[in-house]
Write a protein of this length. Structure first.
Length: 278
């Protein structure tokens, strides 16, 4: 039985670990070859350890273990020239492009009066400008392909106001505007554009000391464990879970990428355990 994206080529940004790796693997499981792009390096304003070249190598290993082809490139989504070169090279090697998961993102926190220019600018540059760069870099390839599916990773913070992350909220709201505009502009080319909106996801982006301190400032650092913090995360959701798994978002990406969603465009798809109902 053929996979749901059999024979297609998918670009995934932020593919070295977390949701990005999960998206790459889920698409590969269903028959896609992968162009995996990641900075695989640190940004100074991000308060947790970001991915490494070894993480990107592990994504390659896991995709190849599924007997799919993968081209991995280190590139910064803030740098359009570097990103577009990586995309062009991946498309040339794999023979086309059908699916795009613009997933690369960072997280940091601070009240609006306390955020530094560096924290604000890095957030907007990665989480909004980087998504625009991704969309811009793939449009010629998707047009040449006769269409395709573009999935932008936003957040519940792209639909809600949340304290202490105003720069993140602003970037993720911007992704929604970008998605809707791209869906309008590219529909005539057979290109569908949608966004996914996760609640907290069980990845390194939230499972780190800095995020734990945000959620539990009343606890000493040695008591801020995953198990202790789980009820505080769960309080944000309607369903009785503290966070969802990366594969839950990947399954949504897969559906939007597949022909099952062939007439779905301009959609804000929530995988949020009911968070936005509150």
């Amino acid at each position: 039985m053929a996979g749901r994206v059999e024979g297609k080529v998918a670009l995934v940004t932020g593919a070295a670990r977390g949701q990005g790796r999960s998206h790459a693997l889920r698409l590969a499981q269903e028959g896609a070859d992968i162009i995996a792009v990641d900075l695989a390096g640190q940004i100074d304003s991000v308060p947790y350890a970001m991915s490494t070249p070894a993480d990107l190598d592990e994504t390659v290993r896991q995709v190849e273990a599924l007997d799919r082809r993968i081209v991995a490139k280190q590139a910064d989504v803030r740098d359009f020239a570097a990103l577009s070169t990586a995309v062009d090279e991946g498309v040339a090697e794999l023979g086309g492009l059908d699916i795009v998961s613009a997933n690369a993102g960072i997280f940091s926190f601070g009240t609006l009066d306390a955020l530094t220019d560096e924290e604000w600018n890095d957030m907007i540059a990665v989480n909004l400008t980087g998504v625009w760069h991704t969309v811009k870099s793939v449009i010629p390839h998707l047009r040449a392909n006769g269409g395709g599916s573009v999935i932008l990773t936003s957040s519940t913070a792209g639909l809600l106001a949340i304290e202490n992350i105003g720069h993140y909220v602003s970037a993720k709201h911007g992704v929604v505007g970008l998605m809707k505009t791209a869906a309008l502009e590219l529909a005539r080319d057979g290109i569908r554009v949608n966004s996914v909106h996760p609640t907290s996801v069980d990845t390194d982006m939230i499972q780190n000391a800095a995020t734990y301190a945000l959620f539990a400032p009343d606890l000493p650092p040695d008591e801020r464990t995953k198990d202790v913090l789980a009820p505080r995360f769960q309080a944000m959701n309607v369903l009785p879970v503290p966070w969802v798994e990366p594969v839950d978002i990947s399954n949504a990406v897969l559906w939007l990428a597949s022909d099952e969603a062939r007439y779905v465009t301009g959609l804000e798809l929530k995988v949020d355990a009911g968070q936005t109902l509150k």
